[in-house]
Design a protein. Structure first.
Lengths: 762, 420, 159
């Protein structure tokens, strides 16, 4: 510790800290623009100049390290003169268009010019004009004349997002922040540059001109997409969500948001919103009063339960549903005598069901992941599935951690990897078994060597691993490796409530059917909560067939989607941000939230819809007067730690089944903007490069074997279905695999996410 | 060695290794290696020589060398700054093209002293011919065992590579230069950390000017004391002066420190066409201008010039005769700093353009009386507020001009035309 | 696509730097492209980025930062005239004037036949030879007079 003095206040601070850090800890504000605690120090704006005793000139507080006995003056004549001088320079080329600037009211430059600017400008020369840029559908760079060249955005994309998509080109007064040849920025974290930009140069394109910052009401919420549990500040006006910003929490999302979390809200305003209950009568959809629709649904279910039997009814929900919704769903189902309820729609191996000792979870805190010095990530499209967590891992790697990956695709994670094993899906188990063996044999190279040399080892299973047909084996081996390296083990978790679904008991017990079985052995009736059958299930073909064959399909949905073709009743429910509820994040953090805006039209929160259905079906214990009451019954107080448990139910089989490759194997990802119903309808997200039409990716040797050129249209078929897509080459894919995305309308006619698939010239 | 210590001409033929060796070249390196001189002894000799960095800042070279971490296992680098681009300065070019081996030898000795195995020589992009001579000289030296492994048969390894700049004055600033070698744009780094702890590729690095390194062989052969005595107290040795502008015989001259300016002017054939001397920028364009009356009595050394209100800088002397319009001269200089600002620091990026635009207006008859005080106020707000000294370099010429030639600027503003 | 000749030159340059610092050769690589084609197009920058394993934007930053790179065609012979102080004092204004008269183009322009382009340069570090220009950044011609300029142009005309 070091003793310094700032403005006469004695401060103890860590050796190696900078003056600005010490000042901030002591609650002393020093004006700054380029400095940002999460970014490297540029010291270019010079706004933070302070006087330091014995220094001949003012020094930048952001870059000056503290030294024992240092005396700093942030408000002395010298300091203030320097700060005012810089402020004057910052304003000379800055357009003074605050009245029409989107940043107005929340602009660092505007705020500080009030404190440090002179009255009249002494600048009467011509102002610089910088042409606007088109960076894509999310970030507006129309007004680059406002840029003050602090390079925060450039540094963010390079250091946090991992890719230099922006740079400061040209030099001197001609310096311009721009992308290469005016390309778009495609990072899944790009929206953060909007928050980072201290002026109105980079703004939110969807939010542009929608409102002035002071007209907005602010509500707290929680991300409904990936499993991180990022905090959302939801800004609304006239009962409409106009933008979403991060709520800073060092332990969760730090100060970042993924673009998905930031721009998904635009899906709320989709024209496909279902705003009135509807029933299909004689093949025609009719809008009906709630009472009619609910009674229709309840009668249908009662009729079936009394006739064919309650086990002929299945309930499917997505893992983006709230804890309360999932809890009431299963309670109702069980109340009418059916145990067929599941939220794990993309899972295909359920062999550990009934043997688990608790809810599978991250197995550690999110912060622990960032502290790891060795990581093994198995089966994950990490960057796209968990963008903010990927940034945390990227930083760990920058600081020296070694990341290793086992997967069936080799997408660039934008961080150096210590080792990687890119193998076909049916070779993942074998690969893990070999690594387990190598760890036991104290091998010093490769993945085993990397893990064995670590102090804080972390082994994580991604979405792909959890969706894999041999998920249980993968888990057992990964746990074995973690144990042998004194490491921690966990699941990354697919969605906002992947842990919460277990706590809500929205999984079948021994006598019920899981998501896959419910579709493989079609039921006579289905209750769908937030589900788009052909997009959200492991086997779309099977799912859609089951829906079409069913006598009764009740869809609780925020959108008029494909269900209009197979459902009998559509109940409009409120999507996230319009309902209260709870998500339990991957690290087991229970986060409840209120609705930020009222549901659109006649849509109702799903927990209320389920409550009424429960009442109509005369199920006991459905007298809840708030979502909090549902939550309390579901998890009984907030301490759920005891309910989280990854203990391996299966021991790794000694004889690993040998790969049975016959023909080409499918590798499927769920594209980042295809994960759930809301993001699928966010127009700006759908306009990004990440939302491009899926292609069929193969190693170019495989393409050659098929006699197909990259760019040609091919027929891809699985089971009874086939689709036409463009073929593309990816030589980083293992041979023998075909990568085709799922979760997308263009591939919904195909079958299971894993298994054989065929490709031929169209 | 030729009569001169560093400076040579094409006629001397020293660019050929044979000739250089015949003239006594590489004796200093041989001496250091044969006598197994200790690093401390060499540094003591350099300190005794009074050699101060010839790049412009005049930092004592021996002291700088002593900053390099000693018992350090990792890679260290030695870098030569041949990015001479300060208007008026063109001395290093002559070292590179006429006497490249004296630089190589000096660097090899420095490398030996600081236990460095790899060095780079960063050459101004505009002097391609000098780059080619250096490339050839290094190749020759490598073949003959003056560079590479086991130099002169001793257990000493050092290799030197040339890196060419491509049109950025700011890369003469040592940390911008390092960035440039790393393949980035040349934006100076904030210091600390200093290059001696975090330099090229993040490794400890020593950077010196071409002439600084080129002075080393003499110091080692003849002793630091003898070098120091060539000059005056606090300004040891000889120095190269580039004299350009309004003289009859512009050129580079190697002279003892403390030589009267009058003498240099004489050597350069006097003011051109019999004109009268008006003003002189004595140390490269960044240094404040001095009027003739002061200049004619000044000696060319660090202290004398500082006392006179300017600096020795890089030793580049720009001579202006009575026909020179000071507003126009300053307009051009201000344009230079405006064009060359790297753009990262607000005061330099925004301030240099502002300065230039005001001076441009004055030169074009659109000046206002309040402009002159505004210029001075802006200079105040730029100098000392930036990452590198380019900010100061942009301010000093303006301050110097307004100090000595304010009347001429006022005349311009009032009459919308030149006094001359 | 980078030509084989350029690749060979870059490879030679790469030997100067540590193996994990390929980016250090970017300035030379851009120079080689300019030497071959007269200017550097975005596609060339992409090719260089790929060859050196660095972000395209980083190449773009370098190409736009250093002023001797031509970001548009600048003629078969680019004459870069130093107009800085020492040269100005010695008549670089006249040099420009004469070039303008002879070639019919101003700063930043190229003759209709694509033979010559004129750029303004900053201090070339050769001030004692003022006034001067360089030809294609390779050859410095100093102590220029109108006669000398005419001679040089006559030589170049022949090539
Ligand atoms: C804008 C600027 C330009 C500079 N240009 C040069 C230069 O062209 N050559 C040089 O040797 N030093 C130049 N310097 C000084 C270097 O930063 C550094 O001090 C010098 O190379 C150290 O070498 P020395 O100690 O041998 O002088 C420049 C400094 C600044 C701020
Ligand atoms: S002072 Fe100017 S040249 Fe130096 S770092 Fe700052 S902006 Fe760049
Ligand atoms: S905040 Fe310190 S220089 Fe910008």
């Amino acid at each position: 510790m070091i003793n310094i003095e700032i403005d006469g206040i004695k401060i103890q601070t860590e050796n190696g800290a900078t003056v600005i850090e010490a000042a901030h800890l002591a609650g002393i504000a020093i004006p700054h623009f380029c400095y940002h605690k999460k970014l490297s120090i540029a010291a270019n704006c010079r706004m933070c100049l302070v006087q330091v005793e014995k220094a001949p000139k003012p020094l930048p507080a952001c870059a000056t390290p503290v030294a024992e006995g240092m005396k700093v003056f942030t408000h002395s004549e010298q300091a203030v003169k320097a700060q005012k001088g810089v402020m004057e320079f910052l304003l000379v080329n800055h357009p003074l268009d605050c009245p029409i600037c989107d940043q107005g009211g929340e602009c660092m430059l505007q705020d500080m010019s009030v404190g440090y600017g002179g009255g009249n400008s002494r600048y009467h020369e011509e102002k610089r004009v910088v042409l606007g840029k088109d960076l894509g559908p999310l970030v507006s760079a129309e007004e680059m004349s406002r840029c003050i060249n602090c390079t925060r955005c450039v540094r963010f994309l390079q250091e946090v997002a991992g890719q230099m998509e922006l740079g400061q080109a040209f030099r001197g007064e001609h310096a311009e922040v721009m992308s290469f040849v005016s390309g778009t920025i495609n990072s899944e974290l790009s929206g953060n540059v909007i928050d980072l930009c201290p002026v109105g140069a980079l703004t939110s394109k969807p939010f542009r001109y929608k409102a002035r910052s002071w007209e907005l009401s602010r509500r707290r919420s929680v991300s409904a997409h990936d499993s991180l549990g990022s905090g959302l500040a939801v800004h609304t006006k006239n009962n409409r969500v106009l933008r979403v910003l991060p709520i800073e929490n060092e332990a969760i999302n730090e100060c970042w948001l993924s673009d998905k979390d930031r721009f998904a809200y635009e899906g709320l305003n989709s024209s496909e919103r279902l705003t009135k209950p509807m029933i299909k009568k004689d093949g025609q959809w009719q809008e009906v009063p709630w009472q009619v629709a609910l009674e229709f649904a309840a009668n249908g279910m009662r009729h079936l339960a009394n006739g064919a039997g309650a086990e002929q009814i299945g309930a499917l929900a997505t893992a983006n549903s709230t804890l309360e919704e999932l809890y009431l769903l299963q309670k109702m189902m069980r109340g009418i005598g059916s145990d067929n309820v599941d939220f794990r729609l993309r899972q295909s191996d359920f062999s550990t069901d009934g043997k688990q000792q608790g809810a599978p979870w991250l197995g550690m805190s999110i912060a622990d992941v960032g502290q790891a010095d060795r990581l093994l990530i198995v089966g994950s499209f990490l960057r796209k599935d968990h963008p903010v967590l990927a940034a945390r891992i990227r930083r760990a790697v920058r600081k020296g951690a070694q990341a290793n990956i086992i997967h069936s695709a080799d997408d660039d994670l934008l961080m150096p990897l210590a080792n990687k094993a890119i193998v076909a899906p049916d070779a993942i188990v074998e690969t893990l078994a070999q690594i387990a063996k190598a760890v036991a044999a104290k091998q010093t190279d490769g993945i085993a060597g990397s893990l064995s040399s670590g102090q804080r080892v972390v082994v994580l299973l991604g979405n792909f691993a959890q969706q894999h047909p041999q998920a249980a084996q993968i888990q057992a081996l990964a746990q074995q490796i973690a144990a042998a390296t004194n490491g921690k083990f966990g699941f990354l978790g697919e969605a906002a409530n992947s842990v919460g679904g277990y706590l809500a008991q929205a999984t079948p017990s021994a006598k019920g059917l899981n998501a896959a079985s419910m579709l493989a052995a079609p039921r006579k009736a289905y209750l769908l909560l937030n589900v788009e059958a052909e997009l959200d299930c492991a086997n779309p073909q099977q799912a859609i067939a089951a829906m079409q064959a069913a006598d009764l399909v009740i869809a609780l949905s925020a959108y008029k989607h494909h269900a209009t073709e197979y459902a009998d009743v559509l109940l409009p429910i409120a999507p996230y941000l319009e309902t209260s509820g709870t998500f339990v994040s991957c690290e087991g953090r229970v986060q409840s939230f209120k609705g930020a805006v009222k549901p659109q039209g006649e849509a109702r929160p799903a927990w209320k819809v389920l409550r009424v259905l429960g009442n109509l079906l005369k199920v006991e214990g459905f007298e809840f007067d708030s979502s909090e009451a549902v939550r309390d019954e579901a998890i009984g107080g907030m301490d759920i730690a005891a309910k989280l448990n990854n203990a391996s139910p299966a021991t790794a089989q000694s004889a690993i089944p040998t790969p049975q490759s016959s023909g080409l194997q499918r590798v499927s990802d769920v594209p980042i903007y295809a994960t759930d119903a809301v993001v699928r309808r966010s127009a700006p997200l759908q306009a990004t490069a990440d939302a491009a039409l899926p292609q069929v990716w193969l190693h170019s040797d495989e393409l050659k074997k098929l006699g197909v050129q990259a760019g040609e249209t091919v027929n891809v078929s699985q089971g009874q279905g086939s689709v036409k897509l463009l073929a593309a080459a990816d030589d980083k894919l293992p041979k023998g695999v075909v990568r085709v995305a799922t979760g997308h309308a263009a591939t919904a006619a195909l079958g299971a996410m894993f298994g054989t698939i065929s490709v031929e010239r169209a | 060695m030729s009569a001169q210590i560093i400076l040579a001409t094409a006629a001397d033929g020293l660019a050929k290794l044979d000739n250089y060796v015949k003239a006594g070249g590489y004796q200093a390196l041989r001496k250091v290696l044969t006598e197994k001189m200790s690093a401390d002894a060499i540094i003591a000799e350099v300190k005794a020589s009074g050699l101060r960095g010839r790049g412009g800042a005049g930092f004592p070279t021996g002291l700088k060398w002593s900053f390099m971490p000693k018992n350090y296992d990792g890679v260290k680098y030695l870098v030569c700054n041949s990015d001479e681009g300060e208007p008026g300065t063109c001395k290093d070019r002559d070292i590179l093209r006429y006497n490249p081996h004296v630089l190589i030898e000096g660097m090899a000795i420095a490398a030996y002293t600081m236990s460095v195995k790899a060095g780079y020589n960063y050459i101004h992009g505009e002097i391609f011919e000098a780059y080619e001579v250096m490339e050839a000289a290094c190749e020759e030296a490598r073949k003959a065992g003056y560079l590479g492994k086991n130099i002169l048969g001793f257990d000493f390894e050092f290799d030197l590579h040339n890196h060419m700049g491509y049109g950025a004055y700011v890369c003469g600033e040592e940390t911008a230069l390092l960035e440039s070698i790393e393949g980035k744009k040349g934006q100076p780094r904030f210091k600390p950390p200093f290059p001696a702890s975090f330099g090229l590729y993040g490794k400890p690095t020593t950077i010196n000017n071409t002439e600084t390194f080129a002075s080393i062989p003499y110091i080692i052969c003849e002793g630091g004391q003898k070098f120091a005595e060539l000059g005056v107290p606090n300004s040891g040795g000889i120095k190269l002066f580039s004299i350009s502008g309004h003289v009859n015989n512009p050129g580079n001259f190697e002279l003892p420190m403390g030589t009267p300016f009058k003498k240099l002017l004489e050597l350069a054939g006097g003011v051109r066409n019999g004109h009268k001397l008006k003003a002189v920028i004595p140390g490269g364009s960044s240094m404040p201008v001095l009027p003739a009356e002061i200049m004619m009595d000044v000696n060319l050394d660090y202290d004398s010039l500082q006392k006179a209100g300017s600096y020795l800088g890089s030793g580049a002397v720009i001579v202006m005769d009575e026909t020179t319009c000071m507003v126009k001269a300053l307009e051009r200089l201000s344009y230079f700093y405006f064009e060359e600002s790297c753009g990262q620091c607000t005061p330099c990026r925004e301030g240099t353009g502002w300065l230039y635009r005001i001076i441009h207006r004055i030169e074009h008859g659109e000046g206002k009386p309040e402009d002159l005080d505004l210029l001075l106020s802006l200079c105040d707000n730029i100098a000392g507020r930036t990452v590198c000294a380019l900010g100061d370099a942009a301010a000093w010429p303006v301050q110097g001009m307004l100090k000595h030639f304010r009347k001429e600027f006022e005349y311009h503003i009032e009459h919308k035309r030149c006094l001359v | 696509m980078l030509s084989q000749q350029i690749i060979t030159l870059i490879d030679k340059e790469l030997k100067k730097y540590p193996a994990d610092q390929r980016q250090s050769a970017v300035m030379a690589a851009l120079r080689f492209v300019q030497d071959e084609k007269g200017w550097i197009a975005p596609d060339d920058m992409s090719d260089i980025a790929e060859y050196l394993g660095m972000p395209q934007m980083a190449v773009f930053e370098v190409a736009t930062f250093y002023h001797m790179y031509n970001l548009k065609p600048m003629g078969q012979y680019t004459l870069t005239v130093c107009t800085n102080l020492s040269c100005q004092l010695c008549g670089s204004g006249d040099t420009l004037e004469h070039l303008h008269k002879r070639l019919g183009i101003g700063l930043g322009e190229v003759t209709a036949n694509g033979k010559y382009g004129i750029r303004e340069g900053e201090c070339m570090g050769a001030c004692v030879d003022a006034p001067m220009f360089s030809i294609n950044n390779k050859q410095l011609c100093g102590r220029l007079t109108n006669e000398k300029i005419d001679q040089i142009l006559a030589e170049l005309d022949k090539q």
